[in-house]
Design a protein around this ligand. Structure first.
Ligand SMILES: [Zn+2]
Length: 91
């Protein structure tokens, strides 16, 4: 008697495929979107804008650094979360 008839073989293949599928599905999960907090600095004088990583203690309206163009104050105009993959590697 053949112990590995086509039906049994089919069931084994199906089970293996299911396991592989589930394994691949669980491996996909960690690639969910990660968010980073960024802040937008705007120059009061010339309108120069620069985006930086948010630092604890920062708030909207805080003067942070000087404008590289005109030397006036840079103020935080916005703080927001963005998709990490969409953040361009700044300088
Ligand atoms: Zn400026």
């Amino acid at each position: 008697m053949n112990t590995l008839d086509p039906y049994t073989l089919f069931m084994i293949v199906l089970t293996v495929l299911l396991i592989v599928y589930m394994y691949l599905e669980t491996r996909k999960r960690p690639t969910r979107t990660e968010y980073v907090t960024r802040e937008l600095l705007v120059c009061e004088g010339c309108g120069f804008q620069v985006e930086r990583d948010f630092e604890p203690g920062d708030f909207i309206g805080l003067v942070k650094g000087k404008c590289p163009r005109c030397g006036r104050e840079l103020k935080i105009k916005g703080i927001y979360s963005v998709d990490k993959s969409k953040v361009l590697k700044a300088s």
